[in-house]
Design a protein around this ligand. Structure first.
Ligand SMILES: Cc1ncc(COP(=O)(O)O)c(C=O)c1O
Length: 365
């Protein structure tokens, strides 16, 4: 079964396998940007918070009897920190994108989505009518504007979907897209999976980075599986939009509430990031300086793409680095157009190890 398809995948060097993470290797591949996934103090605090809650499993959907004080406290803390009116927690970023896009783009509405938007958003587009979905060139405000102008299907709402920091190449969303959303009275969905905890004056993400005060048309989706060192997601917006999602988004209604421990860990991480933002930012800046000095790549995020454009070669480079005790991502098609080594300049790793990795990559690329 599926033998033919698997053979084709293997032939094009696109075959994927799960491998147990080797704790003895230095991790420059995962999205745990701040190293909070192995912070024992936060783990202990989250554990105590759940223990004090009375029940430990979420038990039911948030609309039946699964909504707990931990969930509510986290939503309120996120709203307060990010300046949004209302928030709702969701099981994962994948579910958040899928259900949010499907729910928000109603019959007569049109979705304009960045061509490099995450797969979870792209899956959602398959649930809409074909003429409701328009892809615009990656991070290209002019193309977005031209496509909105040229669209003759615009009877209902305009919904725009972008990422704060793009997950594969680490580039940040264009400021002009926020202005376009305002000009066309569009709903703007911003996936902040890779930006919250990494960019901005308060490390809160792209709104913070551009100092944009959230408006009624803004939606921020953030995930806990990256800088927050946990698992899960949240959506922040105006009260009207969150109310609507709670009533229409299937992955909020028809699913068990998010894990209490993971939510508590997200909450502790948020408090930690806010409290330690100065030191964290200094470390981020230092790592970006190392990257620029050795690899000559100027990045604002901690995702550093090294373009190789050869599926086989990225695997070879990845394997050579492993021999030196270092793990980096080898990202191939169809995830990216050209194969890349995806180096994550995590701030919890030793600077000497980051320098060694950069020097090796300089040699191998
Ligand atoms: C940009 C982006 N959005 C959404 C997701 C999905 O989030 P989650 O892992 O919480 O399902 C990911 C990656 O996992 C991502 O990179």
């Amino acid at each position: 079964m599926y033998h033919k398809e698997l053979t084709a995948i293997k032939k094009s060097n696109r075959y994927r396998e799960r491998k147990i993470s080797d704790e003895s290797l230095i991790d420059l591949a995962s999205n745990d940007y701040l190293g909070l996934a192995s912070n024992k103090v936060l783990f202990q605090k989250a554990y105590e918070r759940v223990l004090a809650n009375g029940h430990f499993g979420p038990k039911a959907s948030i609309l039946v009897n699964g909504y707990s004080t931990i969930h509510k406290t986290f939503e309120e803390a996120l709203c307060q920190a990010n300046g949004f009116e209302e928030g709702v927690i969701v099981g994962s970023g994948f579910l958040a994108n899928l259900s949010m896009i499907e729910a928000l783009v109603r019959k007569k509405d049109t979705l304009f989505i960045d061509e490099e938007y995450h797969a979870s958003g792209m899956v959602a587009t398959k649930l809409l009518q074909k003429n409701q979905v328009i892809l615009f060139k990656h991070n290209d405000a002019n193309d977005l504007k031209a496509k909105i102008e040229a669209s003759n299907t615009l009877q209902g709402r305009v919904v725009i979907a972008i990422e704060g920091v793009y997950s594969m190449h680490g580039d940040i969303a264009s400021r002009e897209i926020f202005d376009i959303a305002d000009d066309y009275n569009a709903i703007l969905i911003v996936d902040e999976a890779h930006s919250s905890g990494v960019i901005g004056e308060n490390l809160l993400g792209i709104f913070d980075y551009y100092n944009i005060q959230p408006k009624q048309n803004h939606i921020k989706m953030g995930t806990l599986g990256k800088a927050y060192g946990s698992y899960g997601a949240y959506i922040l917006s105006s009260k009207a939009i969150i109310d609507f999602l709670i009533n229409r988004a299937k992955a909020i209604i028809y699913t068990t509430a998010p894990s209490l421990f993971d939510t508590a860990m997200g909450l502790e991480s948020l408090y930690y990031i806010l409290e330690h933002k100065k030191e964290l930012k200094a470390k981020i800046e230092k790592n970006l300086e190392i990257i620029e000095n050795i690899l000559n790549i100027k990045s604002k995020s901690l995702i550093i793409p090294i373009i190789i454009n050869d599926n086989k070669k990225v695997l070879e480079i990845q394997s050579k680095l492993k021999e030196s005790g270092l793990v980096v991502g080898a990202i191939r098609q169809p995830t990216v157009k050209e194969a890349i080594i995806r180096l994550i300049a995590k701030i919890d790793i030793n600077q000497k190890d980051l320098i060694q990795t950069c020097n090796l990559l300089k040699e191998y690329r």
